[in-house]
Design a protein around this ligand. Sequence first.
Ligand SMILES: *[C@@H]1O[C@H](CO)[C@@H](O)[C@H](O)[C@H]1NC(C)=O
Ligand SMILES: *[C@@H]1O[C@H](CO)[C@@H](O)[C@H](O)[C@H]1NC(C)=O
Length: 758
Amino acid sequence: MGIRFLKFIIIILLQLFFSSFLYGTDIITSSQNLSDGRTLVSSDGSFELGFFSPGNSGKSRYLGIWYKNIPVQNVVWVANRCNPINDSSGVLMINNTGNLVLLNQSGSVIWASNSKKEAQNPEVQLLDSGNLVLQDRIDGNPATPLWQSFDYPTDSWLPGMKFGWDLSTGLNRRLSAWNSPDDPCPGDLTYGIELYNLPDLVMRKGSRKYFRTGNWKGGVANQFFTPNSIANEQEIYLIYHTKSKSVITRLVLNQTTGGARRIIWNEEARTWTVYSQFPSDDCDNYGTCGAYGNCVNTEIPPCQCLKGFKQKSQELNSVDWSQGCVRNNPLDCQKGDGFKKFGGLKLPDAEHSWVNESMDLDDCRDKCLENCSCTAYTILDIKEDRGCVIWFADLIDLKLFPPAAQDLYIRMSVADSDHEETKSNNKLKAALIIAAAILVVVSVVVITYYIRRSNRSIEEREIDRSNARQNEDLELPFFEFVFKNEVALIAKLQHRNLVKLLGCCIQGEEKMLIYEYMPNKSLDYFIFDDTRRNLLDWSRRFHIICGIARGLLYLHQDSRLRIIHRDIKASNVLLDNEMNPKISDFGLARTFGEQSDGKTNRVVGTYGYMAPEYAINGQFSIKSDVFSFGILLLEIISGKRNRGFYHLSDNINLIGHAWRLWKEGHPLELIDSFGKESCTLSEVLRCIHIGLLCVQQHSKDRPSMSSVVVMLSSETELVQPKEPSFLSNEKFPEINPLFTKPESSSTNEHSFSVLEPR
Ligand SMILES: *[C@@H]1O[C@H](CO)[C@@H](O)[C@H](O)[C@H]1NC(C)=O
Ligand SMILES: *[C@@H]1O[C@H](CO)[C@@H](O)[C@H](O)[C@H]1NC(C)=O
């Protein structure tokens, strides 16, 4: 028994010895202190507290906390931010009132924790979260913190740290940037939750509002961390926790870049990668488009008036949007106004708002109508479908913001408002429907009668028209059959992301289409070339991806003709002088009208981009274009051709490789050498995710281009992709009977050559 006990004691002592040998200690008691040169290390070795001199600040010494296990010093908290010690005489200790104090050589207090409560047995401990806590140890156990560094954040928001308000004490935990990399004293950039009736997450430069998040509760779980929001009588705050201990991440505010970044430590590359940043585009700048102006990032110019509004500035095409927009038809509160529903908007500045947590949407509407200065209303809690928010001022800082699942009801004149379904007018509506039905029946009878009577004359007119059409055709005598499809189609298409056809000519055997000049050739010229690929950084690539998606969406859905392209690939995406993508080559395109799929015996397209159902059964649909788009997306990210990609270890193509990395949990290895530093991690991850959704085996699983466009521009959570097709090159043998026996009759060399990647 005695020996066992001794062994036990020895083991404990050894452990203590080694842990202090490895990490030092994580606690200072009232009888100890920490002088410059010594450090406190959290028990698992994640964080270290000590004295440091940032950047080129010379001899200035600050007390701070940094990551212990990251090579470059990254300070996440500073005590004496504006009050450095000019030599290495600084000492941290607990004074006789139980407060944590930082003293200089002459013993004067440089910084103190200013806890109000008295402590009997105070100690200070650096926790594994990076939180420095001053606590009273009662009966051997630490009691609730008397003070903690997490309550006084500097420029960094760490996992587990509350970001927001303790309402009972008035404590506001918000971030303030360092003045410069050499000076931890606060600059003028701050970021925090502002307590209006509807709380708002606001970044300010000095006193000026600079950026709003729009929905303070926002943020969805991702593979790195889970965010959460808490709002009750005592507290309003945001918090997040990492999904595993190995994830090192923080949100950091930066005066130099003028914004905030969420960064994640990449252990492999031993660098920080940017996961997201904001403001991220011009539309994020507070109030860019003025009152009732809607900022649409993808439009040029980005400012648009909401429907029912016009630009206030009288000058035509004025670029001055500070005055915003005014109503086409003025309100008339006395006679009565209505509302128009707007979806997909970032909620406007909530400074002048009113909130009720129990009202339903109908009550909310009535409440707004009652008060002539009410401009808009919406539901408070969309998850619970309850509560009411009302705005009392001009609506500012609107942005097209697809993740916003919330509708905003804006007060409008009766002429501009929606016809609403409220309880009171349901009866009226029923009566109207009956009346309308009767009207329709009567009109059908009358019209049928007249059509019968005038049938003969219509036939005559029809003949006239077809004659006219033939004459029109004769005005284009140089169209040979092989070119006609493309010319006829493309001439009718107009979109920023489609190439413009200027004309065509035929001389002898030579047949030629004349497109607008694209000085930068095509996408494959860049992404697959070892040197030129460096010209396309991530933001350009993302811009190109979004452009192609919009071009395809236009073809599938918005154009007058509704078109399946059937040959989407890198060489068919041309780039103008500003690197805007333009889809070209409509030689294989088919219009589909209402019927959105078809079948062909002649499979044409490009090997490596073809959807399985098309390659094997000749079935094409808008979803086979989506498949090709998915391949293209993965190619843009990886810089590798789907076909011709061979992973060293086994025989899989690019999709197979992407899928495996995804399954194994390191999708970012797919990124091309164009620079992981330059990219926004969250965007790349999203694109890989979307790419995999597009190449799923079954066409019904693949998203439509309209969902792709929304997914690209939003932060909503995406469904997990199912296994894609063609995991192995072997599954798709090169000698495919469908390719060796193409229908030869009307072979268009232009389209068939594409069986080989160009
Ligand atoms: C702020 O941004 C500048 C410039 O990109 C960078 O040098 C500096 O390290 C950043 N500071 C922090 C605290 O991230
Ligand atoms: C309308 O609401 C504003 C803001 O809450 C308030 O100041 C004003 O008194 C209200 N007007 C009426 C008529 O209720």
